[in-house]
Design a protein around this ligand. Structure first.
Ligand code: GLA
Ligand code: ZN
Length: 675
């Protein structure tokens, strides 16, 4: 499946802001020449150009954009056209104050930032609708337009304006029907939190009303739904004019928004990736977490490729330390996205702006205005490799393992006062990353699967810290395992329902039954405190979480060695129906997880199709027709040697001499499957 049949190559390009350079025609002309030199075939245009497109209310100026899109197209470069709602023009902010967000203390934001509109404002929605419609009418039939880039990095920062408060109350009323029902579901007998009427409900904040967990959880959900309806409005405006142009909006990593909700409205998923390469003693942790992010994005729509919409070809300017990408790392990082299912590699940004807050952010063209730079050469050679792997476009990953992930669960962990409050998410992301990292070490591709999806496609589902279990989820997992699935559950699981009420009495019986254990208490450790688990005749260190569980049918694989719970089960395995359920009750260090997954994967008989790779070398696969594309990525700053067991392959990119891959090298192979 191609994102757009017009361009069946890897899309390679940048965020391009000609709107900042209209007074420099020679620069704009030069851009085209250099873009071709760099091997670019696509540019994202107009992302923050509202003030240029509509300099005064109702006065539109499109000629400059006509020229840019035409000129790009005439030179073989397509346009991903943005809707400009990510930054409002000053006339709008001035004339209609309601479009500006209101802070918790009631103070309205002033003009001068981006990503700061109120999503409830009907005026903002209307003005966005007008400019989007105009853009669609003028450009959506242009042969150079590939896609809509809706807004930019939507967020759900709080807005405490009257419109948002009113909408929140309406949303709650629609969800709960009566205030009594809400009081009951929220356990509002606690601290006299009982409301008499929906009109008394205010969004949570730090002005004394911040103690209600369900209030915080529902505010999060409301903000996501409000954003979703804003996004849908934007999409409707452009689709009404031409439904054939696909739409995306660029996500931001993992955590800020419930992207599972947003994804459903989009044709393709895209995201902005700014890993901090070279921040650690080796690249493993960055490589693993980046692989994990890519896998998440790839999983929002499993039947099609995703897009890497932004990345920096060099340093970023906003991270704590602006480290340069080492030679070769730009290609490796770009390939990593493709290796996990992206059909595009795009940069922020084509050209450094001369002024303002991002003037020092990495870009393909710097302030020296030439292509005679190290960064440009890296970008151009990456462009060349993208051409070499053109045929990968449209292929898909096929993973047999998945992590069960839910934003409400993560939010609930953030909100609850429990476990290890010194970490906002109670170390969830770190724990998740350790599980994912163990699979990464074995070159087992891992999707993310969401609560309302079909689980049966996966041989193994890993559900770390599934603190909140929504209605029906336990039963769903039960039938998944009964029918032969392998489930990995951990400490801090099956604790609250979707309203944040604790499971009561035997309500979490299904989970206990699947796992064959009863978890009773959770001991949380301070940093620097450890316990030890004995398993497989060896000792493994555990940190942070030690859950105290009793086996009620499960086979005990590992037991605590120290403290008053020495001898109690820490890792168990339970045969259930045709499947197996594992329980990992303690937070192991990476080596322990690796050891456990070594056993689990062996049992699941996930065919470890690929050769064993040296440390910090990752292997992934994509499939199309009868071909398998294999990406071998060396995240070490030294050459490595692979034990290759493949014979019938063709090298599409990179060098593989006698099984050796250079430092930070990446090799892409094509293996023809037997017909
Ligand atoms: C985000 C934004 C871009 C730019 C980059 C800088 O991803 O979408 O507009 O600000 O960050 O890294
Ligand atoms: Zn608002």
């Amino acid at each position: 499946m191609y994102i757009n049949e017009k361009l069946k190559n890897i899309w390679y390009g940048c965020d391009y802001n000609p709107d900042q350079w209209l007074e420099y025609p020679e620069v704009l002309e030069k851009d085209i020449k250099l873009m071709k030199e760099a091997g670019c075939n696509v540019m994202s245009v107009g992302i923050f150009a509202w003030a240029r497109l509509e300099p005064k209310e109702g006065c539109f100026s499109f000629e400059w954009l006509d020229e840019i899109i035409d000129r790009l197209y005439a030179n073989g470069i397509y346009t991903i056209l943005a809707t400009p709602s990510g930054a409002m023009p000053s006339w709008l902010a001035e004339k209609y104050p309601e479009v500006r967000r209101v802070a918790e203390d009631g103070v309205r934001h002033r003009f001068g930032n981006r990503h700061n509109n109120c999503c409830s404002s009907l005026v903002y929605r209307e003005k966005v609708n007008i400019i989007n419609t105009k853009l669609a009418e003028r450009y959506s039939k242009h042969p150079g337009i590939l896609m809509w880039h809706i807004s930019n990095e939507y967020n759900i920062e709080d807005c405490h304006c009257e419109n948002c408060r009113e909408n929140f109350r309406k949303w709650l009323k629609a969800r709960y029907g009566t205030i009594d029902n809400l009081n009951r579901k929220w356990w509002n007998g606690f601290w006299s939190h009982t409301y008499c009427d929906f009109s008394q409900i205010d969004p949570p904040g730090d002005h004394g009303e911040g103690s209600s967990n369900p209030l915080k959880l529902e505010w999060f959900r409301f903000k996501n739904d409000n954003l979703l309806s804003f996004l849908n409005g934007e999409i409707e405006a452009v689709r009404r004019v031409n439904p054939d142009i696909p739409v995306t909006t660029n996500f931001q990593g993992f955590w800020k928004v419930d992207y599972i909700k947003l994804a459903k409205s989009l044709d393709y998923i895209s995201w902005d990736n700014y890993p901090m390469w070279h921040s650690d003693e080796n690249e493993r942790s960055v490589a693993v977490s980046t692989a994990m992010f890519h896998s998440l994005e790839n999983s929002f729509k499993k039947d099609r490729p995703f897009m890497l919409m932004e990345s920096s070809p060099s340093a970023t300017n906003w991270q704590k330390i602006s480290r340069l990408r080492r030679p070769g790392v730009n290609l490796l990082a770009s390939m990593q996205a493709v290796a996990h299912g992206s059909d595009t590699v795009q940069y922020f940004q084509w050209r450094k702006s001369r002024g303002q807050s991002e003037q020092f952010h990495g870009a393909v063209i710097g302030h020296d205005n030439t292509s005679d730079t190290r960064v440009f050469r890296e970008v151009a050679s990456t462009g060349n490799e993208m051409k070499n792997i053109s045929e990968v476009t449209g292929s898909l990953t096929k993973n047999e393992a998945a992590v069960l992930f839910d934003y409400d669960n993560l939010k609930a962990l953030e909100i609850a006062q429990v476990y290890r409050n010194e970490s906002k998410d109670k170390n969830f992301v770190e724990v998740l990353t350790k599980h994912f990292g163990a699979l990464w070490d074995y070159n087992v591709g891992c999707d993310f699967v969401f609560v309302d999806e079909d689980f049966s496609d996966y041989k193994i589902i890993i559900a770390p810290m599934l603190f909140m279990m929504k209605d029906g989820l336990m039963e769903k997992l039960e039938s998944y395992v009964k029918n032969g699935g392998v489930l990995v559950s951990t400490f801090a699981s099956g604790v609250i329902d979707e309203f944040a009420l604790s499971f009561f009495d035997d309500e979490c019986y299904p989970l206990r039954d699947i796992l064959g254990i009863k978890a009773e208490e959770t001991d949380c450790l301070y940093d620097g405190q450890y316990n030890t688990v004995e398993m497989f005749s060896e000792e493994y260190r555990v940190e942070r979480y030690c859950e105290l569980a009793y086996a009620s049918g499960a086979e005990v694989i590992g037991r605590y060695k120290d403290d008053f719970y020495a001898g109690m089960p820490a890792v168990t395995r339970n045969n259930y129906g045709k499947g197996t359920a594992y329980y990992i009750g303690a937070d192991f260090m990476q080596d322990g997880y690796k050891r456990i997954y070594g056993e689990i994967l062996k049992d699941v008989i996930l065919p470890l199709k690929m050769p064993k790779s040296p440390e910090n070398v990752s292997i992934t696969t994509r499939y199309k027709d009868n071909n398998v594309y294999v990406f071998i990525m060396n995240f070490n700053n030294n050459e490595v040697e692979l034990e290759m067991q493949l014979d019938d392959y063709e090298v599409l990119s990179g060098r593989l001499e006698c099984g050796r891959i250079e430092a930070y090298g990446c090799v892409v192979l094509k293996i023809r499957k037997a017909e």
